[in-house]
Design a protein around this ligand. Structure first.
Ligand code: ADP
Length: 540
């Protein structure tokens, strides 16, 4: 999870979704990966400026894997980047700066929300009903050359603002530099803001972000815990950082895999003497998150709950503690609210990349592997009947080599050879674009998925014409279950039945199999396992 949520990987995962669902994923600011996309960034910005001279956008540069505002700075001109293309400087993300945030008391603030991913398969997501609002300590002004370096005005990080002389520690939940999110919502409601809409937009943002992360997480997960094998029950509490724009639209800033659960803060009790003192606002928010996570994950609780229908389970968790010898003690009602699968219907059509991932996993073969070899890729093409006289297996091999080599060149320290998930998704998009030329990308991709899934289903039923048993032991070991059962073809509101199984893939233009959809090189890090060296829990 730590690896997935590094700024570059999160950006890549969201960008893949933006290509398929631009409207649905417009909650993430336009971003470029540095240094590899420096030229692209520079060119796009100059073109935009040339076409509209009034444009003076600001950009925020964030080092990959950074936290607590470390190394972050603002620029107004690509020439001011401290990371120059091609140099060995740290990898970063450069992002459009949201210059009109919602202000309260003239201060910029962001929202920290805690989200529990209870399980990946099936996907279960809970959101804490209460969160934190973290305020800047210097009144906000729109960015100008003069104020770009004013961190207390532009960055909402607690760790930075607490160092400002203006930081207010308050025992009240609705004042000071850190408040509850509900207190902010009450304040907005009193001004006539439709806070239900704000909440539902935030819930959508969270669900969509997790849907973007799930495909790669599944590859990591399956490498460690192969399907069908009893494995540990894993869960994760994530910290979502969200900014509200002046027009109340929520924007995703980042997701923390290790959100701080500290409920006290350091205070200078006498000159030079620091002590940890309780922080009521942190306690109000975080204790409930931990308590309810334990309630939800507790195997005994889970067992006793499964005999009740799902809609009753949430209520049951708020009722007297059972089976612990503490009968009669009533726990507070749940602060974690289930949002998935509760809202499956609205969001399942977004799980297209997961269906591609199901194919990828099916053909991966070897246990613990995260990259597809050339044989696995050929088997995928053959079993899905994607090759023909216009698209020979030799061409397939060249496509494989071309995409895999390009991805490998961005990963000089790669230990595992082969095609990673993102490269496979790129190949899949390419195949879909070639086969279903005139459709929008998402329909091209869904159509190709239907072709592949139908072929594999036929083979599952023993269609003798279907299977070409190259690497067959590997492919049969996997299943495409996470694709079709969850995505439910009929539920796709934008679905058009465009599959044309007989239609041939024409010969690819081998010079550019990647198509312009990927800007340039990609630092693909699937091979890297979670490293314990990452900074511990941080209060952002
Ligand atoms: P870090 O992990 O170092 O905290 P963030 O991505 O959370 O990095 O950014 C730090 C702070 O910068 C955020 O809390 C927010 O106040 C501000 N910020 C980040 N991205 C943007 C953006 N695109 N527009 C406006 N402000 C931003």
């Amino acid at each position: 999870m730590i690896e997935m949520l590094r700024k570059i990987n999160l950006t890549r995962a969201v960008r893949t979704m933006q290509e398929l669902f631009p409207e649905e994923y417009n909650f993430y600011p336009r971003s470029w990966i540095l240094p590899e996309e420096y030229q692209l960034f520079s060119t796009q910005i100059s073109l935009a400026k040339d076409s509209d001279l009034s444009q003076k956008p600001t950009f925020i540069i964030k080092p990959d894997g950074g936290s607590q505002g470390d190394g972050i700075y603002l620029i107004r001109d690509p020439g001011d980047l401290r990371v120059i293309a091609g140099s060995h400087t740290k990898q970063s993300v450069v992002q459009e700066y949201i210059h009109k945030p919602l202000l309260i008391d003239k201060l910029k603030f962001d929202i920290r929300l805690y989200v529990l991913v209870k399980s990946l398969e099936p996907l279960e997501i809970y959101i804490a009903k209460e969160g934190l609002s973290r305020f800047c300590t210097e009144p906000y002004q729109e960015p100008s050359q003069k104020n770009l370096s004013h961190v207390f005005m532009h960055l909402t990080n607690y760790s930075l603002n607490v160092q400002s002389g203006n930081f207010v520690h308050s025992d009240s939940l609705s004042s000071g530099s850190k408040r509850t999110f509900s207190s902010v919502l009450y304040r907005l409601a009193s001004k006539g803001v439709d806070i239900k809409k704000v909440w539902s937009d935030i819930i959508s943002l969270v669900i969509k972000t997790i849907i973007a992360l799930v495909p790669e997480l599944k590859v990591y997960y399956q490498a460690d815990i192969p399907p069908g094998k009893p494995g540990p029950t894993c869960f994760q509490i994530l910290g979502f950082d969200i900014l509200l724009m002046k027009n109340l639209k929520p924007v995703l800033l980042e997701v923390n895999a290790n959100p701080s659960m500290r409920i006290e803060h350091e205070q200078e009790v006498s000159p030079g003497v620091f002590e940890y003192v309780p922080s009521p606002v942190d306690e109000e928010v975080k204790v409930g998150v931990i308590r309810d996570t334990l309630r939800l994950m507790d195997p005994a609780q889970k067992k006793s709950l499964t005999s009740y229908p799902e809609h009753q389970q949430e209520e049951m968790l708020g009722s007297p503690v059972r089976g612990t010898g503490e009968e009669g003690r009533v726990l507070p009602s749940m602060c974690l609210k289930q949002v998935f699968p509760k809202y499956t219907k609205q969001f399942s059509y977004l799980r297209t990349v997961e269906r591609i991932t199901a194919l990828f996993l099916r053909f991966l073969g070897v246990k613990g592997n995260m990259r597809l070899g050339p044989t696995g890729f050929r088997t995928f093409i053959r079993n899905c009947k994607l090759s023909n006289s216009h698209f020979s297996m030799a061409t397939v091999d060249i496509l494989y080599i071309d995409i895999t080599r390009r991805w490998a060149s961005m990963l000089p320290d790669s230990r595992e050879a082969g095609m990673g998930l993102q490269a496979f998704v790129e190949a899949f998009f390419y195949l879909a674009q070639r086969r279903f030329k005139s459709l929008p990308l998402r329909e091209q991709v869904v159509s190709l998925l239907e072709v592949c899934e139908a072929q594999l289903e036929n083979q599952g039923r023993g269609d003798p014409g279907g299977a070409l048993p190259e690497d067959s032991t590997a492919s049969t070991r996997r299943s495409v279950s996470c694709g079709r059962t969850q995505t439910g073809r009929t539920q796709h509101p934008h679905h058009m039945s465009t599959s044309a199984p007989g239609q041939a893939l024409s010969a690819p233009q081998l010079c550019s199999p990647a198509t312009p959809r990927r800007a340039s090189s990609q630092d693909y890090r699937l091979h890297q396992r979670l490293r314990p060296t990452h900074k511990g829990n941080v209060e952002n």
